[in-house]
Design a protein around this ligand. Structure first.
Ligand code: AMP
Ligand code: GLY
Length: 441
């Protein structure tokens, strides 16, 4: 089967790497892909944004020409813009009765769970899913008045998609006022900030729980922990994610099944009651508070970087798993995991998540070849024809290493990062520090 992966991040490289290991995978295409996916398959210059008749028709023609059997949509933007719905219709129109590709990812209505935080809050309330108390505002003055008068710390969120950066965790009401102004008045995230959600600031460890959902059946994947802040010790502004490890000892089977029963299942059921069938990955970003797990956000796709350690540990055939998920046959799938821990350390461009330079040559990745316990997934990299591998984004590489425990995996990943060079390279050396500290004390 030929497969098309849409996206260009570490997530798409890791998914492609795992898809390629399947005996069912023949040719692998990435649109647009990155410097790493180019050596796994073929990067194609198919525009996937904006989602409109022209771009969708071009993808549908590509699928027909290259006999694509599976399309995997990685990022949230095309999902939120309805790529799955529109591509299904365009492929059907071209099919002349022949089978169309299986498309992995939720439809537009389901993807609003991530694209509209106000909508997500409404559904969570309706389903009695534990989450932070929140108020939603479309009026600047009302939002300002609320945060000025609010005594306890809040978190201010742009309701729309903002590449993981539209959330400001505030220590006092002045910071909250500044955040509301930045989002609603300065429009730092454009339309994504037309509505803001102001919610109570929760305290606890964060956890990412991803589940495969085939419309009916749910398969919860091993839990992972991401590190959103740029600085060591979880300091500084939020990023798309600076590193993740999996599994995490933070929760046991009992808590995991509680999360499934009280968070994942009710959300899928509530969507179904609204007439929305969820197929794809449902990702719950959780905070483990003193009062139990509470939802910070739902995402409609694989997390990045969490997917990188997940794919390193996943045993089994990802093509089979994705086909079964998208075709409502998840009950046929049996997933298992490598018992070891995987730690992924993100190497970023100096300055990220603020402005940063691009085009810096990257060296040293080859020195890691041959060690099967280390994989370097590319995110913001490009290879120009016959030129060197260069940086082209904020998050540049996800350096993943397996170890018998988290400490061993972290040490190995950090050592691998030391061998890779590019001008301004920055990475956190403390991925997993919170549970390692708990283990020590
Ligand atoms: P979100 O995109 O909503 O998951 O928010 C991004 C990050 O902001 C989360 O991973 C947390 O680190 C932090 N955050 C979001 N909501 C809250 C909250 N209610 N309390 C404390 N931290 C939060
Ligand atoms: N790692 C955070 C996200 O994928 O949204």
């Amino acid at each position: 089967m030929n497969i098309l992966v849409i996206g260009s991040g570490g997530r798409e490289h890791a998914l492609g790497w795992k898809l390629k290991q399947s005996p069912k995978c023949d040719k692998l295409f990435f649109a647009p892909g990155n410097g790493g996916t180019a050596s796994l398959g073929e990067n194609v210059s198919l525009a996937t944004e904006p989602v409109n008749t022209k771009t969708v028709d071009a993808i549908a023609y590509f699928c027909r020409e290259h006999k694509i059997g599976l399309v995997v949509v990685g990022p949230e933007d095309p999902l939120a813009d309805g790529l799955v719905d529109q591509l299904t219709a365009a492929c059907q129109a071209l099919s002349q009765g022949k089978p169309i590709p299986v498309i992995f990812g939720p439809v537009q209505a389901a993807a609003q769970l991530e694209a509209d935080k106000a909508f997500a809050k409404k559904l969570m309330r309706a389903a009695a899913i534990p989450t932070a108390e929140a108020r939603t505002f479309t009026d600047l003055e009302a939002a300002l008045a609320y945060v000025r008068s609010h005594e306890t710390p809040v978190v201010v969120k742009a309701a729309g998609l903002a590449k993981g950066k539209g959330v400001v965790v505030c220590d006092d009401s002045q910071q909250a006022v500044d955040a509301v102004n930045m989002i609603m008045s300065d429009r730092a995230f454009g339309q994504a900030g037309d509505t803001v959600v102001v919610e109570e600031r929760l305290v606890g460890q964060e956890l990412s729980v991803l589940a495969l959902v085939d419309g009916r059946n749910i398969f919860v994947l091993d839990p992972a922990q991401d590190h959103k802040a740029i600085g060591e010790g979880d300091t500084g502004p939020n990023t798309g994610g600076m590193g993740a490890y999996c599994p995490t000892p933070l929760i046991d089977d009992k808590l995991m099944s509680q999360i499934e029963r009280h968070i994942i299942v009710p959300m899928v059921d509530t969507l179904r009651r609204e007439g929305v069938v969820y197929q794809g990955v449902l990702y719950a970003g959780l905070m483990l508070t003193a009062g139990g797990p509470k939802v910070l956000e739902f995402n409609c796709r694989f997390g990045d970087p969490e997917t990188q350690p997940l794919m390193m540990r996943l045993k089994g055939d990802l093509v089979h798993i994705m086909l079964a998920t998208a075709q409502g046959r998840l009950d046929e799938v049996d997933l298992s995991w490598d018992d070891r821990c995987c730690c992924c350390v993100v190497m970023a461009s100096g300055g990220y998540p603020g402005p940063y330079e691009k085009g810096k040559p990257i060296t040293g990745i080859d020195a890691l070849d041959g060690d099967h316990d280390v994989q370097v997934f590319h995110a913001g990299t490009t290879v120009n024809k016959d030129g060197p591998l260069v940086t082209s984004g904020g998050r540049v590489l996800g350096v993943c290493a397996m170890g018998d425990d988290l400490a061993a995996a972290q040490q190995k990943a950090n050592a691998a990062c030391e061998k890779i060079q590019f001008d301004g390279a920055y990475f956190r050396r403390d991925i997993g520090h919170r549970v390692m500290q708990t283990a020590k004390s």
